[in-house]
Design a protein around this ligand. Sequence first.
Ligand code: GLA
Length: 396
Amino acid sequence: MARSALALIDHAARVFATRFGGSPAACGVAPSRVELLGNHTDYNAGCVLSAAIDRHVVALGRARTDNIVRAFSSEFDAPVDFQLDCLPTRCDGGWGNYVQAVFGALRSADVALGGAELVIHGDVPIGAGLGSSAALECAVAMLVLQLYPHRIESGELATLLQRWERDYVGVRCGLLDQFSSLHGRADKVIFLDCASGQHEVLPLGANPPAIIICDSKVHRQLRQDAPYNDRRGECEAACERLSRLLSRDLAGLCDVSSADLRDVASNLPEPLMSRARHVIGEHERVIAAREHLRTGNTYRLGQLMIDSHASSRKFFENSCAELDRLCDVAADQPGFLGGRLCGAGWGGCTVNLVAAEAVDPFMAGVHDCLDQASELPAAEIYVCHASDGARGQRLH
Ligand code: GLA
């Protein structure tokens, strides 16, 4: 297990002793993820390229003999208590809803659950586009499956957690985050076809570039009233129109090629045309990237990432001034191969591929540029590493 994750477990064990007394019986550890390519393709039956990274959420806990769940997070002050057999029906999007969603999801999969006391801790920035919610869900699920053992295949678990986040918490997300957190592999990236659930683990090449995160620290929101769900609605509307225009059933927007889209372009109104153009283009970029990675040509991935950000900016309108600026600054630095916004958009992070030998000058260059212009004073820039997926283990 990564050293940073062990330190998180130590800290969480101390919090557990203070909060509940004694020691936890088991833990779940789940990584966050970077979306390298394939923006908003997951809920459009498209493909995506991601990596689990070495920023983790850990959940430590022990079973209770009743049906009560008591959860405490070191990031949020308010503890969460609930009865397993009456989950709140109204969600406010607070962190407790994600814990409730996991218990609800596992129960719906016939896991014989009882109550639990648990502490959650992590070093994943929240709301930064790195899949913090899914990391929390996967860590809690891994813990609970240690406390109440049940065999559940990881692809099925990813789908289950995603559905509960979508239907229970109200974020209409796709499969990317949960799948990446559960299926990550050290030093590898994951190609996922969200239409079929098929995935492929791909190398980053013989001299792998570094993955560098630039976190703007500009916050974003994903719940009901945020643009994420609006965009999803527009994608669904575009898909319906395209299905009629092309006279065939579609599994999702990504079932249409760019060539087909061009043929019917004049009949698809804005903003639907722009949204479709972005999503379909992204899907095709991911397919192209898979070929490059299969043949060890990691460096070609960089250009596709640059194209991806331009498309987000122009067609999906999910970038913002701060993310555009971070991309522009990164593009001027030594070793830059490509970069783009990461995850939903409207704030959060950019992800950059940087030649391994240029990591230090790249990071220093970004800092200098921002300092000189007194821009984004809170921005944080760091290297992350592709990591193994979520795990659970007994602690004694
Ligand atoms: C968020 C969602 C994912 C995905 C990305 C955009 O991270 O949780 O399911 O849709 O945005 O690609």
